[in-house]
Design a protein around this ligand. Structure first.
Ligand code: FES
Ligand code: MG
Length: 575
């Protein structure tokens, strides 16, 4: 048999001796040797490093290690800066830009002379947008998650990113913590490079990228400053070259089984509710059918094994020390599809044998879960015909079955204006309803569903109430919060018809969220005028495209024309 190397996609740019290949090669001569274009895999390193995405600032260091690995394996590394989203910095919400980032990443991967791509992400939306874009191109691709920051401490106690901001700010409002002490904790919270160190969205999506099979196993959860992350980055570079040589593409790796595993792991980790919209969107790009009902079924009866904030106490550095993802997956291996493939070409099950729990305070054995049934629950009912979700692990057990009078807010501004009004007609049993916060209404579906509690109730010692919202909540947040209510209020969902005083009935076990108003009366109601006015009507730019084409949260809030993929083919040359 001949040993002709398989043709590379990049040959279409660089091979041959004609004018166009001359141009493609000539402009790349900035130190690259002749051999760079003699049939070596060209590996893009899609880098979300940015000074305005502080959680990803260190990714250029990670990129250097990836590049070394690519060279070592006989490939050519090419850094490709891509759209980056700093969760805490961009307005009105990073989620408005997730699909824009995914679209830009997709097009730049496709347009360039590359054969494979290493995806460097960290902060919340970056890994989802990278995976969405890469899935729609379907070139060999793997993720290197940038990893969480180390644990910061304040006055001798650990401080968790995000979660403790929510907790401490409520203490200030309750009058049990001075604002001066609260402000002083600020510089202690962010101890090192890396993303949030709670089991927030960044940690969750890094870990789920590994469960989906898209990282070198054993990489996700390594703290950002850990030298082993650089080592894994180097090996990931080598693996990218191998993946190109073997033609191993996302569509061959990420299957229905991979999503099943991700949903099971999400429950056991106590991961972010945001994972639901991101997994649905990634599945949509790959053409893998995935519904909210399947997410509910897969999450049913999944024990919470990880005692991390926001559902518990510890932080990602503890999680890593305690055995990390592999230890958790091994503990629930009977619930996983162990044949699901990974980027190495070997199944996930091959990597779980060495998993071991080193600290049962942080990662519980299966026999002693934090909670027996912790998977994300999908609710339906009068208020959410297309679905809503709740994270039981972050909720108060006694509130999972609840009936209370609605106190309705038409916008975040309305909420901020009235929530602390001593005259607000609210008590501890009330259900706080916030609407106009869905993908089209805000627009962008912000993380506001964990609305603050009324100050007068905080001062009475109330620390949780049932809240219902068509927006999302931060992965670092907690509370008995029904979120992602679909259809959203501003797009004509029944949430728009709820009035102050309506009895709201939450039944998590029965998977229901209802309003106890006679059906005919409720159906005959007009949506609140404020809701009709709330539908955002931008006239130009990305916001217009977004509002005109975004789908509901129940299918992942992707743009309708971005669902699916276009492959890697570019039929025409540039000259
Ligand atoms: Fe970037 Fe939390 S703000 S991960
Ligand atoms: Mg977030």
């Amino acid at each position: 048999m001949g040993s002709m190397p398989a043709p590379l996609r990049s040959d279409a740019w660089y091979a041959g001796q004609d004018r166009n290949s001359y141009i493609h090669r000539a402009w790349m001569r900035r130190g690259a040797p002749d051999s760079a274009f003699d049939g070596r895999p060209q590996i893009a390193i899609a880098n979300t490093a940015s000074d305005l995405t502080p959680c990803n600032m260190h990714l250029s260091e990670v990129a250097r290690s990836v590049a070394n690995g690519v060279w070592e394996a006989g490939g050519v590394p090419l850094e490709l800066p891509v759209v980056s989203l700093g969760e805490t910095q961009v307005r009105p919400t990073a989620m408005l830009w997730r699909n824009m980032a995914a679209m830009a990443i997709e097009e730049m991967i496709r347009a360039n002379p590359i054969d494979g791509v290493v995806l460097l992400g960290g902060c919340d939306k970056t890994i989802p947008s990278l995976l969405m874009g890469a899935a729609s191109v379907d070139l060999p691709a793997l993720v290197v998650p940038g990893g969480p920051m180390l644990t910061g401490t304040f006055r001798g106690a650990p401080l968790g990113c995000g979660t403790d901001v929510w907790r401490l700010s409520e203490e200030v409002r309750a009058g049990t913590l001075s604002n001066r002490d609260f402000q002083a904790s600020q510089s202690a919270m962010i101890r090192s490079k890396g993303h949030c160190n709670t089991m927030g969205t960044a940690s969750t999506m890094g870990l789920l990228a590994e469960v989906l099979g898209t990282t070198l196993p054993g990489t996700a959860g390594l703290p950002a400053p850990d030298s082993r992350l650089q080592e894994r980055a180097h090996e990931s570079g080598r693996l990218a070259v191998e993946m190109v040589r073997e033609g191993r593409r996302p569509s061959q790796i990420i299957s229905k089984a991979s999503f099943h595993n991700a949903i099971v792991a999400l429950g056991a980790l106590g991961g972010s509710t945001n994972a639901v919209v991101h997994l649905l969107a990634i599945a949509g790009r790959l053409g893998v059918p995935l519904t909210l009902d399947e997410i509910d079924r897969a999450g049913h009866g999944i024990p919470l094994l990880v005692d991390l904030q926001p559902a518990g106490r510890h932080l990602m550095e503890d999680f890593h020390r305690a055995g990390g993802l592999t230890a958790v997956l091994r503990e629930i291996s009977d619930l996983l599809d162990l044949d699901a493939l990974t980027v190495t070409g070997r199944p996930l099950g091959d990597y779980l044998e060495d998993g071991a729990i080193h600290d049962t305070e942080v990662i519980r054995p299966r026999s002693e879960p934090m909670m027996a049934d912790a998977g994300i629950a999908v609710l339906r009912g009068d208020l959410a015909p297309d679905g809503a979700i709740i994270k039981p692990a972050a909720a108060t057990a006694e509130l999972l079955q609840h009936r209370g009078r609605a106190v309705v807010f038409d916008s975040v501004e309305d909420l901020h204006h009235r929530i602390d009004d001593p005259a607000l007609d609210v008590d501890a049993d009330s259900v706080l309803v916030l609407r106009g916060c869905g993908p089209r209404g805000y627009p962008g579906m912000p993380e506001v569903a964990n609305l603050p509690l009324p100050r007068k109730l905080l001062q009475q010692g109330v620390r949780d109430m049932v809240r219902v919202c068509d927006g999302r909540m931060s992965g670092t947040a907690y509370g008995t919060v029904v979120l992602h209510v679909s259809p959203e209020g501003a797009a004509g969902g029944p949430l728009a018809k709820v009035r102050d005083g309506d009895p709201i009935v939450l039944d998590v076990e029965g998977r229901r969220i209802d309003v106890d108003v006679p059906a005919a009366e409720f159906a005959a109601r007009e949506p609140a005028p404020a809701m009709v006015a709330a539908l955002a009507r931008p006239t130009r730019g990305w916001e217009k495209l977004y509002v005109d084409t975004v789908r509901g949260a129940e299918t992942g809030a992707d743009l309708d024309f971005l669902v699916g993929g276009s492959g890697d083919r570019v039929p025409r040359d540039s000259h």
